[in-house]
Ligand binder design. Structure first.
Ligand code: AMP
Ligand code: GLY
Length: 425
């Protein structure tokens, strides 16, 4: 079987590695992939993930049996619909179902309709409406652009002055284009990422994970795509994850099925574990990055069987999913300037010195320059340590991360320092 993984990041490298471990021994290709995926001797096709027509053409030309889509942008643009029309099986939601991530307003309205717990909100269509709303809001408050913004369209406003600045950014500067803005109640608690694989009928939770969105230790500094992750999460037992999936994933799957736009693929719930119970911060329509790098190494059963099950209506009832009891801790190494900018061309050294360590090294933004490997974007590499305890996994991840060097390397030193969530009620 020929499987094409679409995307170019660490998440896609993790997907490629996991598919290569499948007992079905698929031939794995990537589009466009990255230098690390190519180092795994996986053929990388020169088509960007966002090029819907190009991906469909490449899949047909190369006789691909199954396409696994990593990033949200092609899902929201309808890549899965286009592949299916061309007769190619694809893992991921349709354009309509992917609106759950593409529009915060749509997600909020759907949650309200089916009774999924989430923060109170209001949709703001103009600067005047927004100014009026922030005048009445309780602080801190949260403003979000109603568009895909790679995690950067969310502003937590401590007071009215910073909310005013955010309103000007959204409505005057139009930093995120001509979008509406969602004003949302600020939720307090610890965050949890719970991804579920969905087959149009049922949502099967994956192992819980936690990611670290801020650039600096202690959750300070600007939001990033994610600086590290770990799985499982202390305090969240299997029964707990299953109950959460029934409360926050299954009602969405049921409603979209009822509407005739069934949800196939990964439905990722970003949750805040508040004193009043879990509440959904957002849905994503895909695997998380870097959660996937910590979750997939713990999957004991076949990822390919899971993906194939999800593509068929109700197909997951025939698939068993097993997780190891081990811990996985992922540390991201980012380049100078990230997240505002990023660096290219800085030589990466020390990779050979980690060969003997029990870690999974995954590439995200690297490039080959002759015999050298160099940085080629913001999040450059990640290392995942596996261990019997979170401490062991963490120590392994950091002993490798410390040995990898490049100019301007940024990494958090507190990933999984406390690998636990205090669950209230
Ligand atoms: P989102 O892209 O909607 O998940 O937002 C990005 C990050 O902003 C989340 O992971 C949270 O850390 C934070 N955030 C978003 N919405 C809220 C909220 N209502 N209350 C508190 N923090 C939030
Ligand atoms: N780790 C957050 C995300 O994938 O959106």
């Amino acid at each position: 079987m020929k499987v094409l993984v679409v995307g170019a990041g660490g998440r896609e490298h993790a997907l490629v590695r996991s598919l290569m471990r499948s007992p079905q021994k698929p031939e794995v290709l990537a589009a466009p992939g990255n230098a690390g995926i190519a180092r795994d001797r996986v053929e990388c096709l020169g088509v960007p993930a966002e090029d819907v027509g190009g991906i469909v053409g490449a899949a047909l030309e190369r006789g691909i049996d199954l396409v696994v889509v990593g990033p949200e942008a092609p899902l929201v643009s309808g890549l899965v619909d286009a592949l299916e029309e061309a007769g190619v099986r694809a893992f991921g939601p349709s354009r309509e179902a992917a609106r759950l991530e593409g529009s915060k307003r749509y997600a909020k309205e759907l949650m309200a309709e089916v009774g999924v717990p989430t923060g109170d909100y209001a949709v703001l269509g103009s600067r005047e409406e927004a100014l009026e709303a922030i005048g009445r809001a309780a602080y801190p408050t949260v403003l979000k652009a109603d568009a895909l913004a790679a995690g950067k369209g969310v502003v937590i406003c401590a007071d009215h002055a910073s909310a005013k600045d955010a309103v000007e950014m959204f409505f005057t500067e139009r930093r995120f284009g001509h979008t509406e803005v969602v004003l949302e109640e600020f939720l307090e608690g610890e965050e949890l990422s719970l991804l579920a694989v969905c087959d149009g009928e049922r949502a099967v939770p994956m192992a819980p994970a936690r990611d670290y969105k801020r650039i600096e230790d202690g959750d300070r500094g600007p939001n990033t795509g994610g600086m590290g992750s770990y799985s499982p999460v202390g305090g969240i037992h299997r029964e707990h994850a299953e109950a959460l999936a029934l409360a926050v994933h299954q009602p969405i799957v049921d409603e979209l099925r009822r509407r005739g736009t069934p949800y196939h693929g990964v439905l990722y719930a970003g949750l805040m574990m508040t004193a009043d119970g879990p509440k959904v911060l957002e849905y994503n329509c895909r695997f998380g990055d870097p959660e996937t790098q910590a979750v997939l190494p713990r999957l004991r059963s076949d990822l390919l069987a899971l993906i194939e099950g999800a593509v068929r209506p109700g197909g997951l009832s025939e698939v068993s999913v097993e997780w190891s009891d081990e811990w996985a801790v992922t540390v991201v190494l980012a380049s100078a300037g990230y997240p505002e900018t990023s660096s290219e061309g800085d030589e990466i050294r020390g990779l050979r010195s980690i060969d003997s360590l029990e870690v999974e090294l995954l590439h995200a933004a690297t490039a080959e320059r002759g015999s050298r490997l160099v940085t080629d974007g913001g999040r450059v590499l990640s290392v995942t340590g596996i261990g019997a305890t979170s401490e062991e996994a963490r120590e392994r991840a950091y002993s490798a991360a410390d040995r990898i060097q490049f100019d301007g390397k940024q990494m958090r030193t507190d990933i999984a320092a406390r690998a636990m969530i205090d669950v209230k009620a």
